[in-house]
Design a binder for this molecule. Sequence first.
Ligand SMILES: Nc1ncnc2c1ncn2[C@@H]1O[C@H](COP(=O)(O)OP(=O)(O)OP(=O)(O)O)[C@@H](O)[C@H]1O
Ligand SMILES: [Mg+2]
Length: 253
Amino acid sequence: MTLVASISSSKGGSGKSTTSINLGVALANLGRDVTVIDSNLSTPNLSMYLGAPSLPVTLHHVLSGNAKIADATYTHDSGAKIVPGSLSMRNFEKLKLEDLRHHLHEVKSDVVILDGAAGIDKEAQDSIRLAHQILVVTNPELPAVADALKTVRIAQKFDVPVRGVVLTRAGHRLDLKVKNVETILEHPVIGVIPEDVFIKKALIQREPVVHAFPNAPASRAYSALGKFLMGHEFNPEQIGKFFRFMKWSFGVK
Ligand SMILES: Nc1ncnc2c1ncn2[C@@H]1O[C@H](COP(=O)(O)OP(=O)(O)OP(=O)(O)O)[C@@H](O)[C@H]1O
Ligand SMILES: [Mg+2]
């Protein structure tokens, strides 16, 4: 069965797209068949992260009934598959992300990652509702975490499990502590992605950082997150070990 996971956060610019694409590549590197879908219909930008801003067939064509999802699926060099959105503003108001439900069964990947929209409106909610579980992305700062709590509440309202929290752009000494984020969001932090200049370098190369600079700090962190998510599926005992290691790394007792 395909696992559908939404990468969600009501705060704009918190790192959802960066996490979606790099977690996708990390899972592909671990041998998983992964499809990353840009479920941000109003302001899609996943294709920009991959240097292919204008693609002939997109999710918008699929949702308007003019293409099959397979026709809008492109394979990156890493092996991760991508379903981009259209950068054109034309007709996007008429499309409904919830209609993606009728196409998801045609995706035969092990994992589908939905790159969610910012905010708490219907588009952001639909990405959560389409998923079996969500990963909440937030920066380790109070306003961002407060916004992330709204995302947690939306998931709870729709009975979609929150798999965990991913802290992005982390590493400043004044950041909120992992344990404080876990207390506020009532869910474990399962990934800590450091602020990393290699993310920008990769962006300039139009490549996911995990692919372009596999040894960069952010790449290692995304790979660790991918391993953790896979390990959890197959060996629940690994979670405890991983958390002990991560909490030790970040000085949490
Ligand atoms: N770990 C990191 N280190 C440095 N820069 C980062 C990191 N993660 C993300 N960024 C940068 O932060 C910006 C926002 O990231 P991204 O587009 O992934 O956020 P988003 O949540 O998808 O935004 P939106 O809500 O607009 O969809 C980008 O310029 C990205 O390169
Ligand atoms: Mg985004």
